[in-house]
Design a protein. Structure first.
Length: 247
């Protein structure tokens, strides 16, 4: 009969958090670290690059305190996915969203897609203002590859890369001029952007408003799969000055 050894079996180590569970933090402490404005356990993109801020751990009060010091009092910030706010913080807007990942997408270059850069930003901003795919700022184009399709010289469709984290790249700003919808331009650009992402060994993912069932249905038909529900949450920092950090 086997005798007890007296040894205690150590519990299995907790699984590391998945980078897609906190993608802005994973980006700003990873491939997008050169963009990061960081203070301790909080970080953000420059105000003309992206609207997002991030916390190392949204359940950690110290991270919220660092974010308060980083952005200042009575300031509106976007903190995706933060479930609970500390005292003194106020929610100014919530958009329920979904996160989808590439599981069966057919990625391929598009012969009509052209690379867009800083010189194209005025046209990009005009198209974004008319189609509202989500926030796009004067230097967002620096975050990754943005591709467009033109008709008679005019930009009529757009898609590109926004968050980039270890092993993953977000497809964003997918939009088509209303006069040119129904021609599959968005599908072509999503596949073309995904081809570049896959070429460097990353997996495409994206976010969408849960209420935008047309877009979510399109992405699922292309080979994206729902990974999780998440909120796009705008909050305002406490109006009082942040306390100095303890030493």
């Amino acid at each position: 009969m086997t005798q007890p050894t007296g040894l205690r079996v150590a519990p299995a180590p907790a699984a590391d958090p998945h980078p897609l569970d906190n993608p802005v933090w994973a980006a700003l402490t990873g491939p997008h670290a050169s963009f990061a404005e960081r203070l301790g356990k909080a970080a953000r993109y420059p105000a003309d690059v992206a609207v997002f801020t991030a916390l190392e751990d949204p359940a950690d009060p110290a991270a919220w305190a660092d974010l308060h010091r980083l952005v200042g009092p009575d300031t509106a910030v976007a903190v995706p996915g933060a479930p609970v706010l500390p005292d003194g913080w106020r929610i100014s807007g919530v958009v329920p969203g979904v996160q989808l990942v590439d599981t069966a997408l057919r990625a391929e270059p598009d012969p009509e897609a052209v690379r867009l850069g800083p010189a194209d930003v005025p046209e990009i901003l005009d198209l974004v203002a008319r189609t509202r795919p989500g926030p796009f700022l004067p230097r967002t184009v620096l975050l990754g590859t943005y591709l467009g399709i033109r008709h008679r010289g005019r930009l009529i469709a757009l898609a590109g890369e926004r968050l980039r984290l270890p092993g993953w790249t977000e497809i964003s700003a997918v939009c088509t001029d209303p006069d040119h919808r129904g021609r599959g331009l968005a599908t072509r650009l999503v596949r073309a952007v995904a081809a570049g992402i896959r070429e460097r060994g990353d997996t495409p993912f994206l976010h969408a408003a849960a209420s935008n069932t047309h877009a979510v249905g399109l992405y699922e038909s292309l080979g994206f799969t729902l990974r999780r529900h998440t909120d796009f949450r705008d909050v305002r920092t406490p109006a009082t000055a942040a306390a100095p950090r303890a030493r």
